[in-house]
Design a binder for this molecule. Structure first.
Ligand code: OTU
Length: 633
């Protein structure tokens, strides 16, 4: 079959059937133009998913009518700078924040714009802020209505005002697109529970036998919530697919009506004025029996279909992938026809691995295999986020350097949860699997890097090391190609907060340990340079400033360099004649170099952008304990 020919035929029929009477002549011609360009890429992805469906034509017509209606809607003023490749710039620095933890609500968050500006942030990810169940809503990731802002945070109008205020200050707004599941209070789920067959087909409802069949091959994501991936609904005597919490129902994308309905919700999110949509849990969106139901080929068709819709309706908005899975699979979501941006969970996890082991071979070998991504895309590099740390490297890669993946994960979990003697980290386990013994780790940057235990011990050397670790991780993260993304409070050196244990809605989810409500004293401690918090705040601000002042941080050319010690890590970025060398020592001992760094920098003296000193490279023979340099030629 000739897809192109079929696509043209189908487009012609659909266009004839659309009601475009409410579009002004100019709107109409640009709309027609857009769909003529965008239809084939969309059709090409939808055909493998729904080509067999007798009612595909009807669904396509509904979808295109939604695009037409959307094209007449007003959105908050856009950001002025309109470089389509903005994500390549060295000016980019992001932060992820909970509206009610960095402020009280959306209106008071507008007052935080000066704080973002001062910090140098131009990309703000607002954690989920839509209507969600009272009590436990998985931090907002159980959405009851994509079109309504949670009343405790404000109104849709507030959100649009915030978007306008951010844009006016050159800051992009990132919102979540939680499209794998809805809450069980979403009207689709409510109708399904009331017996409406149309909405029952929006979810995966089945009998216990079938659910068990799926459970044979599907990974448990939240094994402490329940075993298996299903939740029994006594009212219907059915089991519903719930990959995450039992109140988060997975959507059934085998049903084209779900695709169309969710695209319509996506368009509503865009009306709020966001610039980036974060695709939550995208690895799980397509399921097939007797498979792992993660990262399936058709998940990519589906995401590409969403992207084709985005390109028709709002081409300036980009997708960010949140695939926290095997590194090869993470990379498959990245591309100009799928997700422009992606979290970089591999580098993140291996930076922590290197801190624990004081060694970098696994970081090197993993990055060598997975760091390179297509030119028109970018990594979102981060050290901590609102979620746990999962030890996701390729076991074949670790095996090649003599590291047993399973044992090493056990070690890292023990190391970061304080069960390994001599560990500096004060982390908390998350979702221990009683069958496999596996778990993930939570904690703030400062607590995991050792600031918390050092402060408790009162030992200055330990504190010095802990602060160096914070510098080391940021020194790498801020100098890698991609957008560095801070997590709220980590820029202020905030420590773990155990108050979640007093809250019945949070106590079973240890990720809350790093989701502290930031107080005036957190902000003021960061202003006092005699405190660890103040030192961390100063160093992060300094790094942001240097990064934004130096174009070398936008250089495309990136190369890992192999040094003479397994404790060292280094890479070069090149742009024209200029070079940047990031070099770091992960151990608490000085490491001697086996020759001058001029062989990498192609010059005799270089400036360390972190200290602002000019160094004769012949004199730089040692990398001090836990130190990092940004050397430019
Ligand atoms: C995401 O994370 C969110 O970031 C979490 O905060 C949500 O709880 C979850 O989805 C459900 O909406 O399991 O522990 O890639 O690791 O998608 C975090 C697989 C999670 C998962 C990831 C998920």
């Amino acid at each position: 079959m000739n897809i192109s020919f079929e696509a043209q035929k189908t487009l012609k029929r659909i266009t004839d059937e659309l009601d475009l009477s409410h579009l002004k002549p100019k709107q109409k011609s640009s709309f027609i133009n857009g769909i003529e360009q965008g239809f084939e890429p969309l059709f090409t992805q939808l055909f493998p998913l729904y080509g067999e469906r007798y009612d595909l034509h009807f669904h396509l017509r509904t979808l295109f009518q939604a695009f037409a209606d959307f094209s007449t809607k007003r959105r908050p003023a856009k950001i002025k700078e309109n470089d389509p490749n903005w994500f390549k710039s060295n000016k980019n620095v992001g932060i992820a924040v909970y509206v009610d933890q960095i402020a009280d609500d959306l209106q008071s968050l507008i007052d935080k714009v000066p704080y973002f500006k001062e910090l140098g942030v131009n990309y703000v990810h607002l954690m989920p802020l839509y209507l969600a169940p009272e009590g436990n809503s998985d931090g907002g990731y159980a959405i009851s209505d994509y079109r309504t802002v949670a009343p405790n945070l404000g109104t849709n109008k507030d959100l649009k005002e915030l978007a306008a205020a951010l844009h006016k200050n050159g800051i992009r707004m990132v919102l979540d697109f939680v499209f794998n599941h809805t809450s069980d209070e979403h009207k689709w789920a409510v109708e399904a529970q009331n017996g409406d067959q149309t909405y029952q087909d929006y979810y995966y409802l089945m009998n216990g036998h079938e659910a068990n069949e799926y459970n044979q091959t599907v990974r448990e994501i939240f094994p402490q919530i329940r075993r298996g991936s299903f939740t029994y609904l006594p009212k219907l005597d059915q089991h519903v697919w719930t990959t995450f919490n039992s109140f988060q129902w997975d959507l059934n994308y085998k049903n084209p009506a779900v695709f169309v309905a969710v695209v319509e919700e996506m368009l509503h999110l865009i009306l709020n004025g966001c610039d980036v949509l974060r695709l939550d849990a995208l690895a799980f969106v397509w399921k097939e029996k007797w498979t792992v139901c993660e990262n399936l080929p058709k998940a990519h068709n589906l995401i590409k279909a969403f992207k084709a819709c985005l390109d028709i309706a709002a081409p300036e908005v980009v997708f960010k992938s949140e695939a926290i899975v095997h590194p090869d699979e993470v990379n498959k979501y990245i591309g100009s026809d799928e997700c422009t941006l992606s979290y970089n969970p591999l580098t993140m996890a291996l930076l922590w691995e290197s801190l624990a082991t004081r060694k970098t071979p696994l970081l090197y070998s993993s990055m060598e295999r997975s760091f390179s991504i297509p030119q028109d895309t970018a990594w979102i590099n981060y050290i901590r986020c609102h979620d746990d740390i999962g030890w996701l490297w390729d076991d074949e890669v670790s095996g090649r350097i003599g590291v047993d993946g399973f044992d090493h994960r056990l070690f890292l979990n023990q190391f970061y949860t304080g069960k390994f003697e001599g560990s500096f980290a004060a982390g908390v386990p998350f979702q221990e699997n009683p069958t496999t013994g596996d778990c993930r780790v939570c904690g703030t940057l400062a607590s995991l890097a050792g600031v918390e235990s050092a402060v408790e011990s009162g030992n200055d050397l330990l504190l010095d090391h802990a602060l160096q670790r914070v510098k080391l991780l940021n020194g790498i993260n801020f100098s890698l190609p991609g957008i560095p993304l801070l997590y709220q409070g980590d820029d202020l050196g905030v420590l773990n907060d155990s108050s979640y244990l007093q809250d019945p809605n949070k106590k079973d989810d240890s990720r809350w340990v790093q989701r502290k409500k930031l107080t005036a004293s957190d902000f003021s401690a960061a202003e006092d340079e005699t405190t660890p918090q103040g030192k961390i705040a100063k160093l992060i601000r300094g790094m942001i400033q240097v990064r934004q002042e130096n174009l070398i941080f936008a250089a495309e050319d990136f190369e890992l360099i192999h040094l003479n010690s397994e404790h060292l890590f280094g890479f070069i970025r090149k742009s024209g004649d200029q070079r940047l060398l990031t070099i770091a020592n992960f151990s608490e001992h000085p490491i001697f170099l086996d020759g001058p760094l001029s062989r990498y920098l192609h010059c005799e003296q270089a400036k360390d952008l972190l200290t602002n000193q000019v160094i004769h490279l012949n004199d730089l023979t040692v990398i001090e304990p836990l130190n990092v340099h940004w050397l430019v030629s």
